[in-house]
Design a protein around this ligand. Structure first.
Ligand SMILES: O=C[C@H](O)COP(=O)(O)O
Length: 329
């Protein structure tokens, strides 16, 4: 089934959702989690091969995707200048001329995502825009620095102005089935974040199995994560569709049981506009429109915006002769 036009393409005000308070660790629930790998892979294979969004609505969906990007730079050679340019892009991700041609209002990206050292630069550059700064903390990407330093890093990042903290879990807790340790770690990270939103990076490419991905997703939600995120972007395998299916079904299961909505952030290697559309169609299909707002969905991506811009330009130049304005409604 092809996806129709999104409800609105302009960035919506941040919707307020009751915050996930977490639950007690329920090991029976965790042990009952299964993941039928071959069924998941079959379903994922059908998604990437088909058009996910009707051609007439693609530009509108691409603008929607822009509003959901955590525009990211996480490189060892990041500089103040690069982060300032990234923030300028986050404030105006699509040229006003292109937006005018599509009769669309101004939009921004969902957030900017940087290392701790660049938080102050990003906060200053984004002042007054309402665009939050997300910081990767806890010894990103491996998460193997001393535990007290990982907690201190979170606290420093919050103090520096990050409103969102992307933590990395200890993969070894998952690989050894030590669910209590994973739960305790996530709870401590959650507490250290205070009012800042916390995204739990599972590094799914290093978790060994889809069942482990499902269980780790559940534990992090039980421990109070606001978002679960696939990857750091530094693993050899990052966001994939099978992993996405597993994680968003865990989110749905958690919502069905507790009534709390947890957000989802696929990250790493998402650089093509057409792939972004597949993700959005999948989220709409499995979780519904409510999860297509910036408070419940983000793409973690450093180069996706460039391809989306190219596709939008292509749409606008090609569309006028085909009565494009009418098709956008
Ligand atoms: O969290 C975001 C990722 O690190 C971005 O990965 P990417 O550079 O492959 O888009």
């Amino acid at each position: 089934m092809e996806t129709q036009s999104p409800e609105r393409t302009a960035q919506l005000p941040q919707l307020t959702e009751p915050r996930n308070p977490g639950t007690a660790l329920d090991l029976d629930w965790v042990r009952a989690v299964q993941a039928n790998t071959s069924a998941i892979e079959r379903r994922a294979a059908t998604l990437s091969g088909r058009r996910s969004v009707k051609k007439d609505y693609q530009a509108a969906w691409l603008l929607k995707a822009v509003t959901l990007i955590d525009l990211t730079t996480l490189s060892g050679d990041d500089t103040v200048g690069r982060v300032r340019r990234l923030c300028a892009k986050a404030r105006q991700p699509v040229s006003p001329a292109l937006l005018d041609a599509m009769e669309m209002p101004a939009i921004t990206t969902g957030a900017v995502c940087v290392y701790h050292d660049m938080i102050e630069t990003a906060v200053t550059a984004l002042k007054g825009t309402g665009i939050p700064v997300a910081a990767v903390s806890t010894g990103f990407p491996a998460g193997l620095s001393p535990f007290h330093l990982r907690l201190a890093e979170i606290e420093e990042s919050v103090k520096a102005g990050a409103e969102e903290i992307d933590i990395v879990i200890s993969r070894r807790h998952v690989l050894s089935g030590n669910w209590q340790a994973l739960y305790d770690e996530m709870k401590a990270f959650r507490a250290a974040c205070g009012d800042a939103h916390v995204k739990a990076i599972l590094a799914t490419g290093e978790l060994g199995s889809l069942r482990n991905v499902a269980r780790a997703s559940l534990i992090c939600m039980m421990a109070g994560a606001d978002f679960i995120k696939t990857s750091t972007g530094k693993e050899s395998v990052n966001a994939t569709l099978p992993v996405t299916l597993v994680m968003i079904r865990a989110i749905r299961d958690y919502y069905d049981r507790t009534g709390y909505r947890v957000g989802y952030k696929p990250a790493g290697g998402i650089s093509k506009a057409k792939d972004a559309l597949v993700y959005l169609a999948l989220i709409k299909d499995e979780l519904g429109d409510r999860w297509l707002q910036p408070d419940l969905f983000r793409f973690g991506a450093s180069s996706l915006l460039g391809d989306i811009e190219r596709q939008l330009e292509h749409h606008v130049t090609g569309a006028y002769s085909a009565g494009y304005r009418h098709s956008m409604g």
